[in-house]
Design a binder for this molecule. Structure first.
Ligand SMILES: Nc1ncnc2c1ncn2[C@@H]1O[C@H](COP(=O)(O)OP(=O)(O)OP(=O)(O)O)[C@@H](O)[C@H]1O
Length: 326
C-alpha cells in the first residue's frame, strides 16, 4: 500500500428534496486498500457510492477518484472505475463468455485484449468451466462472481461494490471475500459498502462507520476494536435499571449502558479482574446476577458504542429486490 490517494472525499453532502441523506463526509482511500463503508439500511451508503461512481450528481463537496475531479472530469473517473451493483444486472440469455466480451466491446477494447482479459478473469473467479453456460443456468454466487469479473474487464484502478454479498449464503460469502482479496492483491483498490459486521471486519484494511449520513468512526478493524477498551462484559441481572445506576462511575469501567435485557460494560483494563468487583457491588445492592459474558470487543460492540444500538437484523435485513439506482 502506498500513500497515493485513490479516492478523496471532502465535505460531501447529498439531499433528496429536503431530506439530507449524506451530511458532510470527508475521508480518503489509499491506493491498494480495501475500504468498507459499514452502516445500517438507510445510513447513506448507497447514496454516497452512487455519487462517487457518477450515477448521482455531486450536489455539494469535492471528490477525486484516481486523481480526477468528479465534476470536471467525469469521463476520466468512469474510465478509472469498475462497478458491481447490489442487484444482478446480467443478461439471462447470454453466456458467461459473451457477457465479458460484450462488456469489453462496449469499452472499445481490442479483440486480442478482450480475449486475454476474459481468460484471466474467468480463471480468477473460477468460472472457466462455465464459459459456455447461460447466465440463467448459474447459481447466485456464480452470477456475483461474473459481475465482479465484468467490473474488472477494463482493469479499473478502483472497484466499487455495493453490498457485494447481500443475499448470498455464508459459504459463498466467504468465497467472495477470497476473490475480492485476490483482486486486491493484483493491485485494485476496493471500496465496498456493507451492513455485515463480519464482512467489514475480516475483509477491510480500513472501515468507515456511517450512520444517519455521518461518519461516526473510522480506522482499521483492529484500531476500532482495541480503541474501545480492553474487554466488554454483558451482564443480565434481576434489575438492570438499578444495576446500571449502582455501577455508574465504578473504577475500571469506561462505559456502561443498558441494552435490551442486559447491561453492556466496557472495561478499561482486564475484564476478568474487574468482574468479581462488579458482581460484588451488585450483590451489595441486592441485585441478582443472572448471567455474565466477558469477551474481547467485536465490531458489533464498536457499533453499539458509537451508535448506542445494535445493527440488528430488523435494520439490516436484505431489502426486497429494490432498484438501487437513484
Ligand atoms: N431516491 C430517493 N428519494 C428520497 N429518499 C431517498 C432516495 N434514495 C434514498 N433515500 C433515503 O436516503 C437515506 C439513505 O439511503 P441509502 O440508500 O443511501 O442508504 P444505505 O445506507 O445505502 O441503505 P441500504 O443498506 O438500504 O442500501 C434513506 O433514508 C433513504 O430512505
Amino acid at each position: 500500500m502506498t500513500e497515493e490517494k485513490m479516492i478523496e472525499i471532502s465535505n460531501l453532502y447529498h439531499s433528496y428534496g429536503d431530506f439530507e441523506a449524506v451530511k458532510g463526509i470527508s475521508f480518503d482511500v489509499r491506493k491498494g486498500e480495501i475500504f468498507s463503508f459499514l452502516g445500517p439500511n438507510g445510513a447513506g451508503k448507497s447514496t454516497a457510492i452512487n455519487v462517487l461512481i457518477t450515477l448521482l450528481k455531486l450536489q455539494k463537496g469535492e471528490v477525486k477518484i484516481a486523481g480526477y475531479d468528479l465534476t470536471k472530469e467525469p469521463s476520466k473517473v468512469r474510465e478509472s472505475i469498475g462497478i458491481v451493483f447490489q442487484e444482478i444486472t446480467l443478461d439471462r440469455d447470454m453466456t458467461v463468455e459473451e457477457t465479458l466480451q460484450f462488456h469489453g466491446r462496449l469499452y472499445s477494447m481490442p479483440g486480442g485484449l478482450r480475449k486475454q482479459r476474459t481468460d484471466e478473469l474467468l480463471e480468477l473467479v473460477e468460472l472457466k468451466d462455465k464459459r459456455k453456460a447461460l447466465i440463467k443456468e448459474l447459481s447466485g454466487g456464480m452470477k456475483r462472481r461474473l459481475e465482479i469479473a465484468r467490473g474488472l474487464m477494463t482493469r479499473p484502478k478502483v472497484l466499487f461494490l455495493d453490498e457485494p454479498t447481500i443475499g448470498l449464503d455464508p459459504q459463498t460469502r466467504m468465497k467472495m471475500w477470497e476473490y475480492l482479496r485476490a483482486v486486491n492483491k493484483q493491485g485494485t483498490t476496493i471500496f465496498l459498502t456493507t451492513h455485515y459486521m463480519d464482512e467489514a471486519d475480516t475483509l477491510s484494511d480500513r472501515i468507515g462507520i456511517i450512520d444517519h449520513g455521518k461518519i461516526i468512526a473510522m480506522g482499521t478493524p483492529e484500531s476500532l476494536k482495541n480503541g474501545l477498551g480492553e474487554d466488554v462484559i454483558y451482564i443480565t441481572t434481576s434489575d438492570n435499571e438499578k444495576a446500571i445506576l449502582s455501577i455508574k462511575g465504578f473504577p475500571g469501567i469506561k462505559e456502561s449502558k443498558k441494552k435490551d435485557r442486559e447491561i453492556f460494560v466496557i472495561a478499561k483494563e482486564d475484564g476478568t479482574k474487574l468482574l468479581p468487583h462488579l458482581i460484588h457491588r451488585l450483590e451489595e445492592e441486592n441485585i441478582d446476577v443472572l448471567s455474565v459474558n466477558l469477551k474481547k470487543p467485536s465490531m458489533d460492540d464498536v457499533f453499539m458504542h458509537y451508535t448506542g444500538r445494535e445493527l440488528r437484523d430488523e435494520d439490516a435485513s436484505p431489502q426486497p429486490f429494490s432498484p438501487r439506482r437513484k
